[in-house]
Write a protein that binds this ligand. Structure first.
Ligand SMILES: Nc1ncnc2c1ncn2[C@@H]1O[C@H](COP(=O)(O)OP(=O)(O)OP(=O)(O)O)[C@@H](O)[C@H]1O
Ligand SMILES: [Mg+2]
Length: 559
């Protein structure tokens, strides 16, 4: 398929849960009950591949089915209202009638469209004429374009699944005063549609959260959230095997997972380098964990590295987008070296007042560089932090650096790698969610959840972070069964810090869980105080420590 080259597709790994959710949404649309999904996930985590894979599977399994996929990347599309409108009409037509294969050129201009493959389509001609009439009215143009897929679906008597990648770019249209509120236009259009299902995705996490989770956004509550997260260890290994073409020693998969945190782009980059290096040196000996570490360092700290170049790009564009370049750079440098700092600590380091510093930090949060958790600020992406810690001090390595040159870096990395993947609060929250998804429906040893009897986990169908519409209640995971299963819910809090969790914190979770009608589960890296354990036993709060989580992971891997 032209839109999804086979060299990319042959490496596609895992994502069964997410594909399942996309399939369910597709089936609902086919039944005339459209549901809309929003995919959330870090940059390069695999959102685009997931959309393409779903489109490909849909076209393969039901080429003549009632639902046709349409993949549109807003990053390339959204410029001026006029161009956006014309190209959106062209792309939707292209996908609806050619199923994403064939020549796209003739779909991108009105003359091409009217004279070419879309010549017989009434709605295309009508919409293009209406766009022409509205040439002095950009808001109307955008609305005409957004309503076009519904009309086309009617004419073709089908339904369209619109996969809108980099959806947050739609906001660019607000730079045109006459359009001003593109999201409002989008929302209004959605209300008029019955033949369309929307799946939106974007790399700008904070911007996306604002769009679909904030009560003030027109798109609030219009989308079900789906988290596209890091790979679990078995998927990491599966991807490595695909790239290498054989199964490496167990230590290799484990080290790769630790260093990359299960991020598929990083896994791909490091493994590809391992392959190249082996070909280059014609080494026939087996790859070991230290080769993985060396490849990681070369990928991240040499200019030939994909990860290096990606980090550089991300760093530059993020800083360009945020205001206050020089100071932001200073903050990022301090955070790269010291990892985790509170607001007042940071303010002191950069010689600014706390309120000023908070403003700068907010700018860094908005571009997804930095996150805050319980008053502590740190990099969202630990690999980016690693890169910045070295490169901002001018440390880079040569692509063919010798073992001697690499050895101090290797030692340093060794001291860091467990931290790189496991110590991050955020990564941890998403791995707890991932764990819950995989444990759904299974029975586990009660001791790992702080109780004596075995615990049967409900067959959860949704596990996502939760925030109440008014923003008052927030939990790291809300796990829910389908309605048919009597709607069982768990509310989960994850704390990943050095101090044991006390009674007060459990009480806070208990209260949230009660108002959500959910069973509370507290996960704490450093365990719980004795008073907290007594309280938990008395109030039915489940408790797990880091060691418990590791055992749960191991049991899953073995089963
Ligand atoms: N499921 C997967 N199987 C194998 N490799 C994957 C998978 N997902 C992602 N990758 C690897 O990560 C790279 C980035 O994936 P993709 O472009 O889909 O991410 P994205 O989330 O859309 O990123 P961006 O934020 O840049 O839009 C891919 O080119 C591939 O190497
Ligand atoms: Mg993408």
């Amino acid at each position: 398929m032209a839109f999804y080259p086979s060299h990319l597709r042959s490496l596609f790994t895992d994502r069964e849960r997410e594909l399942d959710l996309l399939q369910q949404a597709t089936a609902s649309l086919a039944d005339g009950r459209p549901r809309h999904l929003a995919l959330f996930g870090l940059r390069r985590i695999g959102k685009t591949l997931l959309l393409l894979e779903h489109a490909a599977r849909l076209l393969e399994t039901s080429p003549a089915g009632p639902v046709r996929p349409v993949y549109v990347d807003f990053e390339e599309l959204v410029t001026s209202p006029e161009l956006f409108s014309r190209r959106y009409v062209g792309l939707v037509t292209f996908w609806a009638i050619t199923q994403g294969s064939g020549e796209i050129e003739s779909f991108l201009t009105p003359t091409g469209l009217l004279g070419g493959p879309a010549a017989g389509l009434r709605t295309v001609a009508q919409t293009l004429a209406a766009l022409q009439d509205a040439r002095d009215d950009p808001a109307t143009q955008v609305t005409l374009a957004l309503d076009f897929p519904e009309k086309l679906a009617q004419e073709l008597d089908c339904r369209l699944l619109l996969l809108l990648d980099e959806f947050t770019e739609l906001a660019v249209l607000s730079n045109y005063p006459s359009v001003r509120r593109p999201l409002q236009l989008f929302r209004a259009a959605m209300q008029r549609h019955s033949r369309l299902g929307y799946v939106i995705a974007a790399s700008a996490i904070s911007a996306m959260e604002k769009m679909v989770q904030d009560g003030r956004s027109p798109l609030f509550l219009q989308f079900e959230q789906v988290e596209v997260s890091h790979f679990p260890p078995d998927a990491t290994l599966a991807l490595v095997e695909r790239i290498l073409g054989y199964t490496p020693s167990p230590g290799v998969g484990r080290r790769l997972h630790q260093l990359t945190g299960g991020h598929p782009f990083y896994i791909h980059a490091v493994t590809t380098r391992l392959v190249q290096r082996q070909t280059f040196t014609r080494a026939s000996s087996e790859i070991g964990p230290d080769d993985v570490s060396r490849a990681f360092i070369l990928e991240t700290l040499s200019r030939t590295g994909q990860i290096y170049n990606y980090c550089r790009y991300l760093y530059d564009i993020s800083l360009q987008r945020a205001r206050g370049y020089g100071i932001l750079k200073a903050i990022l440098q301090v955070l790269a070296e010291e990892e985790k700092l509170t607001l007042s600590e940071l303010a002191r380091r950069i010689h600014k007042t706390a309120p000023t510093t908070r403003g700068y930090l907010r700018a860094l949060q908005e571009v997804d560089m930095v996150v805050e958790n319980e008053g502590v600020y740190f990099y969202r992406d630990p690999v980016l932090r690693y890169w910045a810690a070295y490169t901002t001090r001018g440390i880079e390595v040569d692509a063919f650096a010798s073992r001697t040159v690499l050895s101090p870096l290797l030692a340093d990395l060794e001291a860091q790698y467990s931290r790189l993947s496991t110590e991050l609060g955020l990564a941890q929250e998403s791995s707890v969610r991932e764990l819950l998804r995989r444990l759904a429906g299974r029975e586990v040893d009660g001791a790992l959840l702080g109780t004596s009897a075995p615990v049967q986990l409900p067959a959860f169908v949704r596990v996502e972070p939760y925030r109440s519409p008014d923003g008052q209640i927030q939990v790291d995971a809300l796990a829910e069964t389908s309605e048919a299963e009597n709607e069982e819910r768990w509310a989960v809090e994850v704390k990943w810090r050095g101090k044991a969790v006390g009674k007060k914190e459990l009480a806070a979770l208990l209260q949230k869980a009660r108002s959500l009608n959910a069973r509370p589960w507290y996960v704490s890296r450093s365990g719980f105080t004795p008073a907290a354990r007594t309280y938990a036993a008395a109030h039915g709060v489940l408790l797990s420590t880091r060691a418990d989580l590791e055992k749960l992971e191991r049991q899953l891997a073995e089963s």
